[in-house]
Ligand binder design. Structure first.
Ligand code: ZN
Ligand code: ZN
Length: 240
């Protein structure tokens, strides 16, 4: 029955690559040509924060970047599917500003794939909240759109109510230190019961300096979270 239904959907609306509109086998999948244009993050990478290392670097099974080796990360794990570059930007920006839902499956599937080998146990999935003023203007939170299929994959609770965010001016092109200061104190845990003793996975579309994840980690640990993980579709990779 499901097969017949899928056949009808494919017949009426054949699956196409969301980037270039070429036909593909499954709805939401990229065609092979577009797939190779993304800079997917694979090994070797920092075992803790997912920072990608040059391909020829052999640092063992669970290598750490200098930042994590110094114990500065705080989160249990951070992963991102790909590097923020012209290709990922070309689907990120429309996804952020207009309702470009055609990219949702591609992005959330890539995020699930980059978490698979960690075999995480997740209780609650928390999309990074938007300040109410921004949410009202945009009409939707892109992180929540990505988080829903991820919560389903982990069989975890999707929580859009336990956190709130104060409105602050856009950070623009500030330094990592300025971003960290700018985001400090903007998140409030409204419902501690849903955080205490829970393993939390934070979801965002892009990781820039990590300031948002670090601040959320601080706030969630304070509220009693037993583990904090974070995943983004892409991340800005600075030289370290
Ligand atoms: Zn394509
Ligand atoms: Zn690291």
């Amino acid at each position: 029955m499901v097969k017949i239904f899928q056949f009808l959907i494919d017949f009426i609306c054949p699956p196409i690559c969301p980037v270039c509109d070429r036909s593909v086998d499954v709805h939401g999948n990229l065609c092979s040509a577009c797939w190779t244009r993304f800079n997917w993050i694979s090994n070797p990478k920092c075992y803790k924060c997912g920072y990608p290392f040059p391909a020829d670097l052999d640092l063992g099974l669970k290598p750490l970047c200098p930042h994590c080796a110094a114990g500065e990360c705080g989160l249990d794990f951070i992963r991102s599917a790909c590097v923020y570059d012209d290709m990922s930007k070309s689907i990120m920006l429309p996804f952020k500003h207009v309702s470009q839902l055609k990219y949702q499956t591609l992005m959330s599937t890539a995020m699930i794939n980059c978490l698979r080998d960690l075999d995480l146990d997740v209780d609650v999935v928390l999309p990074v909240p938007l300040a109410y003023k921004r949410l009202f203007k945009r009409g939707y939170n892109q992180a929540a759109l990505l988080a829903r299929p991820i919560a389903k994959y982990f069989n975890a609770e999707m929580d859009v109510d336990s956190l709130s965010r104060k409105y602050k001016q856009d950070m623009g092109h500030k330094s990592a230190k300025q971003r960290r200061e700018n985001v400090r104190g903007v998140f409030t845990v409204k419902n501690t019961d849903n955080i205490r003793d829970k393993k939390i996975l934070i979801v965002d579309d892009v990781m820039t300096s990590g300031a948002t994840f670090y601040e959320l980690n601080r706030v969630l640990r304070k509220a009693g979270a037993s583990a904090v993980y974070a995943v983004s579709f892409c991340r800005v990779v600075h030289a370290i």
